[in-house]
Design a protein around this ligand. Structure first.
Ligand SMILES: Nc1nc2c(ncn2[C@@H]2O[C@H](COP(=O)(O)OP(=O)(O)OP(=O)(O)O)[C@@H](O)[C@H]2O)c(=O)[nH]1
Ligand SMILES: [Mg+2]
Length: 371
């Protein structure tokens, strides 16, 4: 069952006569290749066998509050998408070629990415022809259904993979200003609240003040940070932190890294070096490499993910600054084009403004008032 059906009820939105059957057939035919396509990279690896998923990796807040936060956070995206979408539909009486062209443009403007916009309007073109749709309103929910179903992460590993016993290492990467340090501050507070023994590593020695920023976050939760001097070698900080985490029985080590170095090549080379040191100290680590992306940068976030993926395997994405951004549509583009799960979302600047990525809350917030 697709995400749309799980949230809004089976085929609730599709009112076209004869379309149900057509869609069902279409789904059946497509099923196996689609499943194959979205096969998660993590599945079936040795890594999966060694690492058990921790059961209680949840937020500092209650479900109810988180759902409200999602809704509030997605208000801007919902408003701009809703307005654009309604204006688009109001513009057309009949379903003709111009309709599909305009649909594609509307979707691109909603940050879902050109590839996905093209795919959706092409699929819709076929389906509309099959059922001989004449009225644009008939296609309204079908478009939303297609958008919702792209957010489905069912085939991806969404939970943070932490060991139940022994040290788990989480490496944070991302460009400067994306929200790495802030996310580490929030996530470490959550782990602390769960009774875990948490250590931080200040791997950003390049930017003056970066170490202090992390230390400040750590202090808020009463945690310790392994630091080096500004301008020093980040790899040695990571080495010290790995040693200490292993020797002193820590449960989780969160490693911060620089978002900017002299140039991009240096940055990528440094990440590769850091990863090597982590692995030398603990071959199965890092258990998670989280790429932090700023939602408000839109499509740029997708290109950043491609760049980082070239030097280090990314196990999950943290999408920050969903609050205050009207570019929530980027979630669709990320899931669809990168096939990397979005694991966490940043919903504000405060310590409890971090939540697991919840597809249902997200979809409800994004399409509120439109289905
Ligand atoms: N509104 C909002 N602001 C956020 C969120 N996450 C981070 N920020 C803000 O974004 C700014 C940059 O965050 P940092 O955590 O310093 O980013 P960074 O990736 O560590 O940046 P560098 O250290 O320069 O590489 C800060 O002002 C944060 O408060 C979020 O989810 N929502
Ligand atoms: Mg930082």
């Amino acid at each position: 069952m697709g995400l749309f059906d799980r949230i809004f009820g089976k085929k609730k939105g599709v009112e076209l006569e004869g379309l149900d059957k057509t869609l069902a057939k279409d789904e059946d035919v497509k099923q196996s290749p689609t499943e194959k396509e979205s096969e998660p990279v993590q599945k079936g690896t040795n890594f999966e066998e060694k690492v058990e998923i921790s059961e209680n990796v949840n937020s500092l807040l209650s479900e109810e509050i988180i759902e409200k936060k999602y809704e509030k956070t997605l208000e801007k995206t919902n408003k701009s998408f809703g307005a654009r979408f309604n204006a688009f539909l109001a513009n057309f009486r009949s379903v003709d070629e111009a309709f599909f062209e305009d649909l594609e443009e509307t979707l691109i403007m909603s940050d879902v990415g050109a590839d996905l916009a093209m795919k959706i309007s092409e699929e819709l073109r076929q389906e509309a022809r099959l059922v001989n749709a004449k009225n644009t309103d008939q296609l309204r929910n079908l478009i939303i259904e297609k958008l919702v179903d792209t957010i489905d992460q069912e085939n991806l590993v969404k939970e943070l993979k932490l060991k139940k016993v022994g040290l788990s290492v989480i490496l944070f990467v991302g460009v400067n200003g994306a929200g790495k340090t802030t996310t580490i501050g929030k996530l470490s507070a959550r782990f602390k609240a769960q009774g875990k023994k948490v250590l931080l590593a200040a791997g950003d020695t390049f930017r003056a003040g970066a170490t202090n920023q992390l230390v400040e976050w750590a202090k808020r939760s009463g945690l310790e940070t392994v630091t080096g001097r500004d301008g020093g070698d980040p790899a040695s900080v990571v080495f010290d932190a790995m040693q200490r985490a292993k020797n002193e029985g820590f449960d989780v080590l969160l490693i911060d890294t620089a978002g900017r170095l002299q140039n991009k090549d240096n940055l990528m080379a440094e990440l590769a070096k850091i990863r090597k040191i982590i692995q030398r100290e603990l071959p199965e680590a890092p258990h998670e490499t989280l790429l932090v992306l700023d939602a408000s940068t839109g499509q740029n976030a997708v290109s950043q993910a491609r760049e980082f993926s070239k030097v280090t395997p990314i196990s999950g994405i943290v999408l920050t600054k969903l609050d205050g951004s009207a570019k929530g549509g980027i979630v669709l583009s990320i899931i669809q084009s990168l096939k990397i799960p979005i694991k966490l979302v940043g919903l504000g600047e405060k310590i409890d403004d971090l939540a697991d990525f919840d597809e249902e809350f997200f979809v409800r917030g994004l399409f509120k008032g439109l289905v």
